[in-house]
Design a protein around this ligand. Structure first.
Ligand code: F0G
Length: 389
């Protein structure tokens, strides 16, 4: 689909070449379309009967469906809570279970689009830094497309299940002495100016386009209603920005009149965004040594912080924090009472809901969706400890 890259700060538009940040001011880019001409096409694709998937929305994606590198992403379940909702005294709570994606996390939504883009621009190699899930996903899609995959991970800091996924899908793995933020910095430097090597971290705006489809699916699954509030675990802050973009596009295309409040949830030990939000700061101050059991969101310098702060401010939402204990409790509750096995980072959305209900950030009658971002089997060590094994 015809599109531009537009800087989120200076608003300058650029042709879609292989750039990751604004050549003028260095800020993040996002993909923009001509929404007037797209409206009709998008409505057409929604009125066609068919199952939910990322590619159902190809009319509002920046790559061609004819080139799609796909292994069945999206179309994940939205299950209504029975017990947690009752316990919290709420009428409608749903779990959007993105752990049901092919590699077990929401990353597949973004990766199918990013790897398709890599193929379209003729890249032969793809690269990412990761706390685990991005690397597992990238490795699988690169394998499907026949591309070489290179992964930078913080040494000893990622869950074994995710590392194994990257290994079995054939990625070349480099362990970096340092945390995720340092690994990402290195990946950005490696990719800079190299046209054959494509960086697929979420600062790549094509990733965001795939991930925004979660909003479209939720809207369809709720019979074309938007929820009042969406809870999203936040690490590098790409996903909350993506989901917000999806809801904004529904509004822009006049398919809905309002958008939900976005509530991001960070782990207390890795909460630079929650900090900035609580203090009303315009900028995020990076945390040098983030620490949490939720290794997927152990991030101190979120690349998409500006997009995320805008998402919560524009939507009148918030960014809150949950302690490791609260996250573990939520993980247990999801498994024991709702039948969903989520990894710790994924349970952060539910931990956030429990807190937000107590502090009256959400009301009993509101429709709430908690995004469950990744499957619990990926991090068996964390699960074993909460199960007392
Ligand atoms: N939940 C899970 C399971 C994740 O793996 C991540 C991020 C997030 C939530 C947070 O999403 O970064 O878009 O705010 N994982 C990345 C990775 C950083 O490398 O796998 P975000």
């Amino acid at each position: 689909m015809k599109h531009h890259l537009q800087c989120i700060e200076c608003s300058k538009k650029f042709k879609p070449t292989q750039i990751y940040t604004c050549p003028e001011c260095g800020d993040l880019l996002q993909i923009s379309y001509d929404y007037t001409s797209l409206g009709r096409k998008f409505r057409e694709s929604l009125s066609t009967p068919g199952r939910l998937s990322v590619w159902r929305y190809h009319n509002i994606l920046p790559v061609s469906i004819n080139n799609a590198v796909s292994i069945g992403e999206g179309g994940t379940g939205l299950s209504e809570s029975s017990r947690l909702a009752q316990r919290l005294g709420m009428s409608e709570v749903y779990f959007k279970n993105d752990g049901q994606n092919p590699t077990g996390s929401f990353k597949d939504r973004g990766m199918t689009v990013a790897i398709t883009r890599a193929v379209e621009i003729g890249a032969k190699k793809v690269l990412c830094a990761s706390t685990g899930n991005t690397s597992a996903s990238m490795a699988a899609y690169a394998a499907k497309a026949g591309l070489k995959a290179f992964v930078l991970i913080p040494k000893g800091k990622i869950a074994m299940g995710k590392l194994l996924q990257a290994v079995v899908h054939g990625a070349k793995i480099t362990q970096v002495d340092g945390n995720f933020d340092e690994a990402l910095e290195r990946a950005r430097k490696m990719a800079s100016g190299r046209s054959g090597l494509y960086l697929v971290n979420s600062l790549n705006p094509y990733r965001i386009e795939g991930q925004k489809t979660l909003a479209f699916e939720v809207w369809e699954q709720l019979e074309r209603k938007v929820p009042d509030v969406v809870f999203v675990p936040v690490g590098n802050a790409g996903n909350i920005s993506a989901i917000w973009k999806g809801f904004q596009e529904l509004r822009r295309l006049k398919l809905v009149r309002r958008a939900p409040r976005m509530i991001g949830v960070q782990a207390s030990g890795a909460a630079p965004l929650a900090d900035a939000y609580a203090k009303g700061l315009e900028k995020v101050i990076p945390w040098p040594n983030p620490e949490t059991i939720a290794s997927a969101i152990r991030i101190g310098a979120p690349a998409s912080w500006k997009k995320a702060l805008r998402a919560v401010r524009e939507s009148e939402g918030a960014i809150i924090r949950a302690s490791d204990e609260e996250i573990t409790m939520a993980q247990r509750l999801l498994a024991n009472q709702e039948g969903i096995f989520a990894e710790p980072a994924s349970a952060a959305s539910v931990a956030g809901l429990v807190k937000a209900k107590k502090s009256r950030l959400v009301k009993s009658h509101e429709t709430v969706v908690c995004v469950i971002t990744g499957h619990g089997l990926k991090d068996q060590k964390a699960a074993a400890s909460f199960a007392g094994l």
